[in-house]
Design a protein around this ligand. Structure first.
Ligand code: ZN
Length: 319
């Protein structure tokens, strides 16, 4: 029973793929097509899925080779990448590539300095594993899958806005982490304003918050440039900025309150790791044991998605 309910969305997708209809085409694309050509929907999804698979495998392997993804991380990237590209569409796929390329470039920016200040605070090494990739890309994959199942263009726009919210949060968060750690000022905890060590979850700086806003806004602008004449795309820079900031605010709040933090008695330092980088087993300090960084990232992405959907709805009602 459970397996069947798990498999049913995929069966539905398969039926959609097999059925020779134009359901896969975006509303705009469909209107501009002569009636007979609309049946090209089926090969479109299959070729997009294939393109997504090839593209995400190459990017995943490149990232593995550059040591930013672990083996399981590559698997996660392939799943997230091909569902987004194949079921969401090319705009969705290009947005994902934008996120990946911009955050990879930023992670290499002044990498040595950053490694000294914050590396041992983070729960895992620099290689992202399956859980980390899915914490950031799981919501996006689910939205892309739903996008393939709905038939009205209004529902698709709502899901697209939600997708932008998820990606804007991930982008804002990554930019804030990569740039914020270089701040000359001491970060302060978002909850009580107390000074804290760079790299601490929930610690914010002006530079980091600025980077977070820039990360969110740039994703929306990139989307707008992809389809400048689209009705939704005109609103995407604003939707992306608001939802990305809301998502990273949620991330900082959860990081400062419920996220599990540990303490290394040897180095006398706070860390997210169960075993510190020095090899010592750490001691539980605060938060909830089950809420690690991946859970926080997942919840923050979900928050960004919900905010984006709400903003898109209110904008549509006003128009
Ligand atoms: Zn230590």
């Amino acid at each position: 029973m459970f397996l069947r309910s798990l498999a049913s969305p995929y069966c539905k997708i398969l039926r959609l793929v097999r059925r020779p209809t134009a359901q896969k085409l975006d509303g705009e694309a469909m209107r501009s097509l002569p009636v007979g050509q609309a049946t090209r929907g089926r090969p479109l999804v299959i070729s997009r899925l294939a393109a997504g698979l090839i593209l995400s495998s190459s990017i995943g392997l490149l990232a593995y080779w550059r040591r930013s993804l672990s083996r399981s991380g590559v698997a996660g990237a392939i799943i997230a990448g091909s569902t987004t590209f194949g079921l969401g569409g090319t705009t969705w796929g290009f947005s994902l590539i934008y996120f990946f390329v911009s955050s990879t470039l930023l992670s290499h920016f002044r990498a040595r300095e950053k490694a000294e200040t914050a590396a041992d605070k983070f729960s895992k090494g620099s290689r992202r594993d399956f859980a980390q990739v899915m914490a950031n890309g799981g919501v996006a994959s689910a939205l892309a899958t739903s996008h393939a199942l709905v038939s009205t263009s209004q529902a698709r726009q709502t899901l697209h806005a939600g997708y932008i919210g998820a990606l804007a949060t991930a982008n804002a968060d990554t930019w804030a982490t990569e740039v914020g750690v270089l701040s000359p000022h001491t970060p302060r905890l978002i909850t009580n304003g107390q000074p804290t060590v760079p790299g601490t979850s929930g610690g914010v700086t002006l530079l980091g918050t600025g980077a977070s806003a820039a990360g969110a806004l740039s994703l929306g602008l990139f989307n707008w440039l992809l389809r400048p004449r689209d009705r939704l795309a005109r609103h995407l820079p604003l939707i992306s900025l608001i939802s990305g900031l809301a998502g990273s605010l949620c991330d900082s709040l959860l990081g400062a309150t419920v996220q599990a933090m540990y303490y290394c008695p040897t180095c006398q330092k706070e860390t997210e790791r169960l075993v510190h980088s020095c090899g010592t087993s750490t001691r539980f300090l605060r938060g909830h044991r089950h809420i690690n960084n991946d859970v926080v990232n997942f919840l923050a992405t979900l928050c960004g998605t919900i905010v984006a959907i709400l903003v898109e709805r209110s904008m549509r009602n006003r128009a």
